[in-house]
Design a protein around this ligand. Structure first.
Ligand code: TGC
Ligand code: FAD
Length: 384
């Protein structure tokens, strides 16, 4: 593992074990198959239960509900390893953990927590999170999906777009307006009026399922509202968890691209010498390592702040913005170092490069994270 500043050398045993478990899983199960899954537009769903058994889902949620109950450093390290494998795998795990289990844990009733969390933790159930709509992405507060009170039920109408895990999910956390206020609802697969369509032709996140969710007079029991949700803020609180996991995941992606470029540069001979011996190539490699080290320092401090309950959501935005953009650039330079070989899936950078394009967009684009921080430091909102 790249750790030039020895930031992760003296981790407590619990964090080390979680990290090593995720690392081994990625080396043994993901790396050997992922290029083929990416090329064939498939998510390796057969690995979900193993991820659950290994404690890679809901890492930072409590044991009381069947979760590993670890801290945010452990959660981050797991996400970093999963995305070293592929963004699709980290996406699956961070949606399940941060956007399905976390909202149920934070805003759900005791019955909802007992019913769903243990099954989601072991991968017996898969979840998805529906906030984005065809006409409202960055402007999440303007969503149009509605919930109407109808005696013992709520009736949902609307469409959600770009939903990770959508067509494979057993349970969806859906955000809709009830009397004009955004609230979270749990919708189970098979509920009449709830259908999904998988989105095709993606050139990014190909080893991940992305779907549309359709609600047409979809009646859900009253018990399925997440009772403690109130307004867009509740959804944004969930996004903080997911942005945190992306900030770590993108570091894993960057490390994968950097290690591939370093190895390739040492072995590729041009002009009678390894290309790693040329100054321009060394400059690229050193730049990558420096950016990775800076990202690691940000994350180590962010994890400490989060574990101490002191983290600001704007600090998470900065880490998401910086680290994803860094990983995107590193993948691009690593692809370049691979020359023509770099455009094939035989080498990892092109896959990470394509993935990072989507990661830069989802969970709040680079621009939106910039404006979130801009508002924090200037006091002026520049969204609208
Ligand atoms: P705004 O007025 O800013 O906020 C409403 C209330 O919420 C508070 N707030 C937050 N609270 C906690 N955490 C945050 N991150 C918060 N951001 C804002 C805010 O203080 C306010 O509170 P109060 O008490 O005053 O009511 O709302 P706005 O409508 O102006 O929107 C702001 C904006 C643009 C930042 C927000 O809409 C946004 O973040 N948009 C980006 C949308 C986004 O990130 N969507 C992600 C969808 S999920 C996804 O992409 C999953 S991909 C995952 C994967 O596959 O890995
Ligand atoms: P838009 O909001 O239309 O933005 C387009 C461009 O305009 C961007 O460059 C943006 O930065 C810029 N822009 C927008 N507003 C401003 C402004 N005020 N100032 C300056 N620039 C601005 N959503 C979910 O709810 N659940 C999921 O599980 C999920 N998974 C996803 C998986 C994938 C693979 C992808 C690609 C997306 C996923 N999303 C999901 C949706 C994602 O969150 C949105 O794509 C994202 O929030 C951006 O919205 P948009 O695509 O509508 O872009």
């Amino acid at each position: 593992m790249v750790d030039y500043y020895q930031i992760f050398e003296n981790l407590p045993e619990e964090e080390k074990i979680a990290w090593e478990t995720a690392r081994r899983f990625v080396d043994d199960e993901i790396i050997p198959i992922i290029a083929e899954y990416f090329e064939n537009y498939k998510f390796p769903i057969h690995l979900v239960k193993e991820m659950g058994e290994l404690g890679l889902l809901g890492v930072n949620l409590p044991e009381e509900y069947g979760c590993p109950g670890l801290n945010n450093m452990a959660y981050g390290l797991v996400m970093m390893e999963l995305e070293r494998g592929d963004s699709g795998i980290r996406s699956f795990a961070s949606v399940q953990s941060s956007l399905v289990m976390y909202p149920i844990f934070t805003f759900g009733s005791e019955e909802q927590k007992k019913k769903y969390l243990p099954k989601l933790a072991i991968g017996e159930m898969i979840g998805c999170f529906g906030l984005t709509e065809p006409d409202f992405g960055s402007d999440a507060g303007s969503i149009k999906t509605t919930a109407v009170d109808d005696g013992n039920h709520y009736i949902l109408n609307g469409t959600k777009m770009w939903i990770t895990n959508g067509s494979i999910a057993d349970v969806a956390v859906v955000w809709a307006k009830l009397n004009g206020e955004i609230k979270g609802f749990i919708v189970e697969k098979g509920t009449p009026g709830f259908t999904t369509t998988e989105i095709k032709h993606k050139m990014s996140l190909r080893a991940s399922v992305t779907s549309e969710l359709h609600f047409e007079d979809c009646r859900i029991p009253k018990d399925n509202i997440l009772p403690k949700t109130s307004g867009l803020k509740s959804a944004l609180i969930c996004l903080n968890q997911a942005r945190y996991s992306i900030a770590w995941g993108s570091l894993g992606s960057a490390i994968a691209s950097y290690e591939a470029a370093l190895n390739y540069a040492k072995e590729r001979i041009q002009f009678g010498k390894p290309i790693a011996s040329f100054q321009l190539v060394q400059k690229k490699l050193v730049w990558m390592l420096t950016e990775i080290t800076k990202a690691q320092l940000i994350l180590a401090q962010l994890a400490k702040l989060k574990d101490a309950g002191k983290v600001k959501h704007t600090q998470i935005s900065m880490a998401k913005m910086n680290n994803v953009s860094m990983a995107l650039e590193i993948a691009r330079v690593a692809r370049d170092i691979h020359g023509a070989n770099g455009i094939t899936l035989d080498y990892v950078p092109i896959r990470h490069l394509l993935n990072m394009e989507a990661v830069n967009t989802y969970e709040g684009t680079y621009d939106i994270q910039t404006l979130i921080i801009g508002r924090d430091i200037t006091g002026f909102q520049a969204f609208r």
